[in-house]
Design a protein around this ligand. Structure first.
Ligand code: PEP
Ligand code: MN
Length: 268
């Protein structure tokens, strides 16, 4: 895979942020307004929500694509959503969604990946592939390869941690070494970190961002909501746009300190 194309032109590490789920237009615009002010360029929101068990909120579906469109028109942000089957992929493309991601429950299914890859063939839409729920590096690589084999070149991976039976701290254990192995096998593939789904709790998001920075990840996808405690899904891990802005400012300061340090380090 040495002919991959960039997903985003920004020189900064890529930052995608937004609510876990698109709930209604008001929630989307309130969140997008705060994130735009915080300098976020790509707005995420789940339109279709894959729930481990039935009965929870499964997303507003197709009509929520219009809300993403509204965010794009009002704030000039790019938009991103999850697609779980060929139909989702077609609808998202028709609605002009800029970046698609594949969820952790979908990247684990070679059949679903093939169907989605077939639906996207012939387009140049950027697609980010989350690691599968289980700690299986080959399954993750295979999901990326299925898109590549259909001609997609603007590809990336999202490291969101892995489900383990009893992690006392994280919702999904990071297992940084598995993402390191992915980066070794596919060196041209950008890998971004999803600290929100690793953490499961908002207080752990900042430290995970620092760790991913230290490991030189290519960017982040972080959940943020105008009123996180009222979020319909993943309430405990979502940040306010203002808190996300603070974490990102710290990240930028740390970047500056690091680059000053490395410049000085080379001086006599
Ligand atoms: C999400 O991004 O909201 C999501 C459902 O994530 P994952 O597929 O990583 O569980
Ligand atoms: Mn979520």
């Amino acid at each position: 895979m040495n002919d991959l194309l960039p997903i985003h032109n920004s020189i900064e590490p890529m930052l995608i942020a937004g609510p876990c789920s698109a709930e209604n237009l008001g929630q989307m615009l309130a969140t997008a307004s705060g994130l735009h002010a915080a300098g976020v360029e790509i707005f995420r929101a789940g339109v279709w929500k894959p729930r481990t068990r039935p009965g929870g909120f499964e997303g507003c579906g197709e009509r929520a694509l219009q809300w993403l469109r509204e965010v794009k028109d009002r704030f000039g942000m790019l938009t991103a959503t999850e697609v779980g089957c060929a139909r989702h992929a077609e609808l998202a493309l028709q609605a002009g969604v800029d970046v698609l991601w594949i969820g952790a429950r979908t990247s684990a299914s070679p059949f679903a990946m093939d169907e989605i890859a077939e639906a996207l063939a012939g387009t140049d839409v950027p697609v980010l592939v989350k690691n599968p729920i289980c700690a299986d590096l080959d399954l993750w690589i295979g999901a990326v390869e299925r898109l590549y084999l259909r001609g997609l070149r603007r590809l990336g991976a999202i490291h969101r941690g892995f489900k383990s039976a009893a992690d006392p701290v994280y919702r999904n254990t990071p297992h940084w070494e598995i993402a390191d192995a992915l980066r070794e096998v596919l060196p041209g593939l950008p890998v971004i970190c999803d600290p929100s789904h690793m953490a499961g709790r908002r207080d752990l998001v900042g430290p995970l961002v620092q760790e991913a920075m230290r490991r030189r990840y290519d960017g982040f996808i972080i959940e943020a909501h105008a009123t996180p405690d009222e979020a319909w899904t993943d309430a405990a891990q979502q940040l306010t746009p203002a808190d996300l802005g603070k974490i990102m400012a710290e990240k930028r300061n740390c970047q500056k300190r690091c680059s000053t340090f490395s410049t000085n380090a080379g001086m006599p």
